[in-house]
Design a protein around this ligand. Sequence first.
Ligand SMILES: C[S@@+](CC[C@H](N)C(=O)[O-])C[C@H]1O[C@@H](n2cnc3c(N)ncnc32)[C@H](O)[C@@H]1O
Length: 305
Amino acid sequence: MTTSNAEHGLMQVGDEVRVVPDNLEATEAWNGPLFDVWMEFREILTGGVRGHGERALALEPPREGDRVLDIGCGLGDTTVGLAQLVGPSGHAHGVDVAERMIHTAITEATETGILNVSFATCDVESARFADTFDYAFSRMGTMFFARPVTALRNVREALTPGGRLTMVVWRRKLDNEFLHHAERVVAEHLDEPEEYDAPRCGPGPFSMANADTVTDVLTAAGYENIRLARVDLPYKIGNDLEQAVAMNMAIGPAAEILRLWGNRAADLKPRIQADLRTALADYVTSEGAVFASSSTWTVTATAQR
Ligand SMILES: C[S@@+](CC[C@H](N)C(=O)[O-])C[C@H]1O[C@@H](n2cnc3c(N)ncnc32)[C@H](O)[C@@H]1O
């Protein structure tokens, strides 16, 4: 496991990360092409989810002094934010399966000088957490496990009895035009290939969109008091139309189909790009930026006592 603690001011790349076989492909995606895309479109991607995360934290904030786990923390901006919310008597620990995400998170958190934060590379589905937590949080980090019940049970076992879980997940595609419109455009040209070389990202961003499914997953994983609150916010897909097209061709369900086809779809790309430009033009505002709908569930639950 790769661990770091800003308290020690250094990063240790230690034992191998134990990833369950079913998550190997998704790990390859998140640690490879998706990490690169995440860095390239960071401002847009983080900006688009920031409001959803803030709404969730306003609804169910951690308490001062809480020990917090941030699941699928990515580049760690939420982990640092959580560390600030719980204050110096608390602690925030971010975990992610992509080592490159964690490396960047550690570097950036160290630069902030905040001491009550730490990170580890781990597959939450195989994790046995050494510490216990009062509060677990995730912004879009729980939709990619091959077996969500197992992963969320591991989180529940690390929570104190009655400890709280707050996670932000995308609702149904129809209310998330910032990704879904592009998916429809690409689908006019390409279905998913039966054979592919590029790694898939796992079950995908909409795998927890169904309220009943999420409730069943959490119940099976040992949670109670499960509630879902809908949050709708405009999502800025690009500072201009070109960036919006590039973003949709780089990440999300439309991009995943293109990635899976690889070079075999190279001839189609200019036409898809042109169609996306036409489709996304509807979302351009008078200032030139591109906004479309986005919608999440803030899911809250407590670990069974
Ligand atoms: C959509 S990103 C969200 C990142 C971050 N929470 C944010 O809001 O910016 C999903 C994250 O989940 C991580 N992830 C996927 N599968 C995981 C697993 N099995 N265990 C831990 N993290 C995982 C990915 O590496 C990725 O960083």
